[in-house]
Write a protein that binds this ligand. Structure first.
Ligand code: PEP
Ligand code: MG
Length: 559
């Protein structure tokens, strides 16, 4: 048996023969042309055909995996027609007199390098998208057919990396799982695999060799382990795991419309994290009770300049209306650290994660903050809005932010613009300072939402972006769990609620712990709502709470 370790990005166990993805490669010839007009027309025709193909793919994806999957191809359509992209191709053709194939290939490289060099991991992942769009246009220009699986039986599909369009075009009935050499958890292929419910493992590097093709393989998308020619014990263990997962899947479907309540009657709210209004359908399909974190900075990241008050208002209103009266908590702009935006012109810092980010920027640029707050309060008239501030460390910051809220409300009142008086104000607890000061901070706000991604980073002094830190970045660390308990206790003493909106909220190993601590709300990716609901409904806090709290106090499980 050979064991290979990658990163599991879509849960589930896949078993079957290994098959390497056959990618039809377009052969690009490079030459200079005399008739640049004809070459430009060739590009325009290929671009139009690509946009049509992407439209068909979007419909196919919608039918198979829902609106979120379709959105990827709609985004690719926009990329194929993007003006900057088109103008770059045009310059290569008209000024450098390159043939259309070479012009598209060079534009693809230029744009992919630009995306890859950005600090933000989301934008970095867009390099794969621009390459995918260009590959499609090149395929049309050169008359090369799409790749696929030439196997009659279902397989575990291995590839260096898979583009979203390649993933969705594959015959799902033939795929038992994906294993890729490269890729990341936030790549669109990983997102699609999760949406389609197919196990996926990325980042196995060059461990998979051509000679492994056709051999029996098991891929565990939960742990990221790949077993080639597994021994009997491993096979039996994985079969059992798969059976359990299938049983759980069937059970989960029946949980839609049910309450998030433990066996002994304790309930917890399960909300969703979103980055844009387009994510709302996934919240509704998965029966999320509300939105616990709308990362508003994605509106800024998707824009080439500061989104105006009206643009922001429309986006917030759309989410509030679509959620039909369910609670929506919008976090004010959390820019800085890993999310850099050119037009913010933030000075270069040696330590951006500890620098000018999030609420610090809002308080330093009051007009920028005021614009966002005006948009938020205007939108509050259209639903059930909560506002929260990221990266708080001190009481004075919260007071200053609240003062700005009051001034914005007064302004709107004077202007006769309606807003809701019932907007709850909360803060994210994502620094040790905020956790330690949570008794004081609780007197200032209506709720706490713990950002465990950053809380872990700052508590353990471990850069969350650095994959090499591995086990050192440990959100289960007793220091993090103790802080969460302290925050929950201080919130409840002051009569406010406490939630978790970091990735840890969806970690089923800790659901009992969160219930024991008394967490009131967990905000997770839409796909995690039902597994979490199930875990809550299986828990009896009469049995587990005292034991867990004692363990937490003694740190039995980990030191
Ligand atoms: C967090 O830090 O846990 C969080 C939810 O915020 P973000 O991941 O956007 O920094
Ligand atoms: Mg954070």
């Amino acid at each position: 048996m050979i064991t290979i370790q990658g990163k599991g990005v879509s849960n589930g166990v896949g078993m079957g023969p290994l098959y390497f993805y056959q990618r039809a490669k377009a052969t690009i010839t490079r030459c200079t042309v005399d008739d640049t007009e004809a070459e430009w027309s060739r590009f325009k025709a290929a671009q139009t055909a690509a946009v049509e193909q992407l439209g068909e793919l979007a419909e196919k994806a919608r039918a198979r995996a829902g609106d979120e999957a379709a959105l990827l191809f709609e985004t690719h359509q926009l990329m194929a027609e993007d003006l900057d992209y088109e103008e770059t191709v045009e310059a290569f053709i008209r000024q450098d007199r390159l043939n259309a194939e070479a012009a598209v290939a060079d534009t693809s490289t230029q744009f992919a390098e630009m995306f890859a060099a950005m600090d933000d991991t989301y934008m970095q992942a867009r390099a794969a998208d621009v390459k995918d769009v260009s590959r499609r246009i090149l395929g049309i220009l050169t008359g090369t057919a799409e790749g696929g699986i030439a196997s009659e039986v279902p397989v575990l599909l291995a590839a260096d990396d898979l583009a979203p369009s390649e993933t969705v075009q594959l015959d799902k009935a033939k795929i038992l799982g994906f294993i890729t050499a490269g890729g990341s958890g936030s790549s669109h292929t990983a997102i699609l695999a999760r949406t389609m419910g197919i196990p996926a493992i990325v980042g196995v590097g060059d461990a998979l060799k051509p000679e492994h093709e056709g051999r029996f393989v098991i891929a565990d998308g939960g742990t990221g382990a790949v077993y080639i020619d597994p021994d009997d014990e491993t096979r039996a263990r994985m079969e059992q795991k798969r059976e359990e997962q299938l049983r759980l899947q069937r059970l989960l479907e029946t949980l839609k419309g049910q309450e998030n309540v433990t066996k002994d009657g304790k309930s917890i709210r399960i909300y969703c994290n979103i980055g844009s209004p387009e994510d709302v359908p996934a919240v509704l399909t998965n029966d999320g009770g509300g939105i616990g974190l709308f990362r508003s900075e994605f509106l800024y990241l998707n824009s080439t300049n500061y989104p105006t008050e009206d643009e922001q208002f429309e986006a917030y209103k759309k989410v509030l209306e679509a959620m039909g009266g369910r609670e929506v908590i919008i976090r004010t702009c959390d820019i800085g650290a890993d999310k850099q935006i050119g037009y913010f012109a933030l000075p270069k810092e040696d330590n951006p994660a500890m620098g000018m980010r999030a609420l610090r920027i809002s308080l330093t640029r009051p007009e920028f903050f005021r614009t966002q707050l005006r948009a938020l309060y205007r939108a509050s008239a259209f639903g059930h809005l909560g506002i929260m501030f990221p990266m708080v460390t001190s009481v004075w910051e919260v007071r200053e932010a609240k003062k700005m809220c009051e001034s914005v409300k007064a302004e709107l009142k004077k202007e006769g613009i309606p807003y809701s008086d019932g907007v709850q104000i909360g803060i994210m607890i994502e620094t040790p300072a905020a956790a330690v000061m949570s008794d004081r901070l609780a007197c200032e706000v209506d709720f706490f939402s713990c950002g465990t991604n950053d809380l872990t980073q700052y508590t353990l002094a471990c850069d969350r972006q650095n994959n090499d830190l591995g086990r050192f970045y440990d959100p289960h660390h007793p220091a993090v769990l103790r802080l969460l308990k302290m925050v929950a206790d201080n919130a409840h003493k002051a009569g406010i609620w406490m939630g978790i909106c970091g990735e840890l909220g969806a970690d089923l190993e800790l659901t009992e712990t969160f219930l024991a601590i008394g967490v009131d709300e967990l905000s997770v990716a839409p796909g995690s709502v039902l597994p979490l609901r199930n875990a809550v409904r299986m828990t009896d806090t009469r049995e587990s709470a005292a034991r867990i709290l004692a363990e937490l106090a003694a740190d039995h499980h980990r030191i």
